[in-house]
Design a protein around this ligand. Structure first.
Ligand code: DX5
Ligand code: ZN
Length: 217
């Protein structure tokens, strides 16, 4: 079964504690926290104080996705704000390896995210250092966008690279994930499914999490 990570970006920010408690009760495995700087992506979401507030109520690990330029500057701070996993973008880092080493130094799990236009083959020399790779299946910046179908072949190629190198990093998919694509993504090699609008726009978000979990197993 894949891990399910509801994206708090689609929660009700005026009722964050309620929504975090719903995730606590649910079959979700992680809480995905999207940080946007208005520079790397054309949107601004939330930052350190909100991340710390979520961490105060969360009983599941915080999976922090930094969609920002020069994320290295804030890695220690996000760890202090409760991040258990920290993912930075290959497109945003001049010195990706240093950033990954810094994440590990803080004790968090380290991930690299890749935008839809970035070939997974560019990761070949960093894969042995990673706990997770996050494949963006939409252009980052907003929830509720349409899933990009070419992601299936990227998952397969990345899973083949993992297999042939004998590595064990997890593969996450972020953007437009729903019941309609989850089984095929898992069949292609995905281990972590991030979902925002599918979960929070459902009549019962808790049940939507449960259905998503079941469809992967
Ligand atoms: C997009 C974010 C995603 C987003 C997913 O930039 O990284 O985590 O919240 O939302 P949905 O599932 O609505 O595409
Ligand atoms: Zn995300």
């Amino acid at each position: 079964m894949a891990l399910i990570a509801p994206s708090i970006l689609s929660a009700d920010f005026a009722n964050l504690q309620r929504d975090v408690e719903m995730i606590n009760r649910s079959e979700a495995d992680l809480i995905h926290v999207d940080v946007m700087d208005g520079r790397f992506v054309p949107n601004i979401s939330l930052g350190l104080p909100v991340c710390a507030a979520i961490a105060r109520h969360a009983t599941k690990p915080l999976d922090v996705h930094l969609m920002m330029i020069e994320p290295e500057k804030y890695i220690r701070e996000f760890r202090k704000a409760g991040a258990d996993r920290i993912t930075i973008h290959i497109e945003a880092c001049a010195n990706l390896h240093s950033g990954i080493m810094l994440i590990k130094e803080t004790g968090a799990l380290a991930g690299v995210a890749v935008n839809p236009h970035t070939p997974v083959e560019l990761l070949v020399d960093i894969l042995p250092d990673l706990d997770t790779v996050l494949l963006m299946s939409v252009n980052p910046g907003f929830g509720g966008q349409q899933f990009i179908g070419r992601t299936y072949s990227k998952v397969k190629r990345l899973a083949e690279m993992r297999e042939s190198a004998g590595l064990d990093f997890t593969i996450g998919i972020d953007g437009g994930v729903s019941l309609s694509n989850a089984p095929a993504l898992v069949a292609a090699g995905a281990d972590v499914l991030i979902a925002g609008s599918f979960i929070f726009n459902a009549p019962s978000p808790e049940q939507a999490i449960s259905e998503l979990k079941k469809t992967t197993g």
